[in-house]
Design a binder for this molecule. Structure first.
Ligand code: ADP
Length: 162
């Protein structure tokens, strides 16, 4: 039976930490669908389409990974719609743990069939977040080791006012 996982997130923008989680999840499931949130309360630097394009370029080497935009509605409903067996989330630290366990429990109240599978962030990516990336880049810092090459270029061009 084909096992499908949904990896939802803001990805504003995709970091090497996200990409590591994607590559590892893609090995565990037959199909991995990345859902780019468009309805989060977070104000984003990139549009949903831009974020989707950046992820698509980064995962082109992974044949079983696809990227979609999640425009409205509950994530559990999207998971059901695409036939996902599980949702993937990454855990970096205790803060993530507290936040993510609440979300997973809330999701269970909406759909008791859905499982959340947590992947621990790689040691070298524990400190990495999209918001820190943006802050460092905004002040002219070097993020080239922390995001894929084309994401670095896209962030630079945003802050250059392109
Ligand atoms: P959200 O707004 O949904 O939390 P994010 O883009 O910030 O969206 O994160 C999406 C998922 O990726 C979350 O589960 C988050 O914990 C995970 N994640 C974020 N940064 C990293 C990282 N450096 N390493 C591993 N997982 C990460």
């Amino acid at each position: 039976m084909t096992k499908v996982a949904l990896f939802p997130g803001s990805f504003d923008p995709l970091t090497n930490g996200h990409l590591d989680t994607i590559e590892r999840a893609a090995k565990l499931f037959d199909q991995l669908v990345i859902a780019v949130a468009t309805n989060t309360s977070k104000k984003s630097l990139f549009s949903a389409t831009e974020k989707t394009d950046l992820i698509q370029q980064a995962v082109s080497h992974l044949a079983n990974v696809s990227v979609i935009e999640h425009t409205s509605g509950l994530t559990v409903d999207l998971a059901k719609k695409i036939g996902a067996d599980a949702m993937i989330r990454g855990l970096r630290n205790l803060q993530d743990f507290e936040y993510e366990t609440n979300i997973a429990a809330m999701n269970k109240t909406q759909d008791k069939e859905i499982e959340t599978v947590f992947l621990m962030a790689a040691e070298k990516h524990r400190f990495l977040s999209s918001s820190l990336i943006k802050e460092v880049a905004f002040f002219g810092g070097d993020i080239s080791e922390l995001v894929p090459y084309h994401v670095n270029a896209a962030v630079k061009s945003k802050y250059a006012g392109d």
